[in-house]
Design a protein around this ligand. Structure first.
Ligand SMILES: Nc1ncnc2c1ncn2[C@@H]1O[C@H](COP(=O)(O)OP(=O)(O)O)[C@@H](O)[C@H]1O
Ligand SMILES: [Mg+2]
Length: 231
């Protein structure tokens, strides 16, 4: 049974029809990259699951169960955590309070505050500072930590390395592999194809609101992958 599946999914923002007959499937423990140029609808895939974009046909399943009216809470409760594009750290909360927000669904599993602090020692050091006082890279670590606190079966990361220095991107690549080693599946929306090659074993490429190519990352070269994101 797939952790997440979209079959012939169509989705809209009001009158703007963005996803067209999109198919996507993620199995337990997989590391999947979702790639494509700006504006092709990658974030809208996440937004459809969260109920931000309206599902207008097709079938969306989480853990085999059909979601007719997806809601953010349903995805979280069924083991899907999202690290949103732009991180969305809550400004008036400390680092630790931001992390605790992620545990609202209280699923059992290996991730708890102390495990997150072992993964990101800098977050322990800064536990009581406001989340938004952190650097960009640290805020991304906080967003990832917050997602892990839900003990998800699948984490969806929407452009987690956008705007970060290469040394931080390298650290995050290690973190993604450490998370995957715990058996957690990853859906990585990413523009950095060398990161995709390091982290993902499978990719899906989107254009104009649908999946137009897919395959095993190991069977494609960097150039082949780049072709899907060139402007
Ligand atoms: N809230 C919204 N309302 C209307 N249109 C939107 C909204 N968010 C995104 N779009 C449009 O949907 C399309 C896909 O956007 P998005 O999913 O964010 O693309 P990507 O993440 O691949 O860059 C774009 O044309 C964008 O302008
Ligand atoms: Mg996006």
């Amino acid at each position: 049974m797939s952790l997440l599946s979209f079959e012939n999914v169509n989705a809209c923002y009001g009158a703007a029809h963005i996803l067209h007959d999109l198919d996507l499937r993620i199995e337990a423990g997989e590391r999947v990259a979702l790639i494509g140029r700006n504006g092709v609808g990658k974030t809208t895939v996440v937004n459809t699951l969260l109920g931000v974009a309206a599902l207008r046909g097709g079938t969306l399943r989480v853990g085999g169960q059909v979601l007719r009216r997806p809601r953010a809470y349903d995805a979280a409760r069924r083991g899907i955590a999202v690290v949103p594009q732009g991180r969305c750290i809550v400004a008036n909360l400390s680092v630790e309070e931001n992390l605790r927000l992620g545990a609202a669904t209280q699923r059992p599993g290996p991730w708890h505050l102390d495990a997150i602090y072992r993964l990101f020692p800098i977050l322990r050091e800064r536990a009581h500072t406001p989340g938004t006082a952190l650097s960009g890279g640290q805020q991304q670590m906080l967003a990832i930590g917050r997602a892990l606190m839900a003990n998800p079966a699948l984490v969806m990361l929407d452009e987690p390395t956008e705007g970060l220095a290469p040394v931080i991107v390298d650290q995050l690549a290690e973190i993604f592999m450490a998370v995957a080693d715990q058996g957690t599946a990853l859906l990585l929306i990413e523009q950095n194809m060398s990161l995709v090659m390091r982290v993902a074993d499978r990719y899906l490429a989107m254009a104009k609101g649908t999946v137009v190519a897919q395959g095993r990352v190991a069977e494609e070269g960097l150039e082949q992958l780049h072709r899907h994101v060139m402007v």
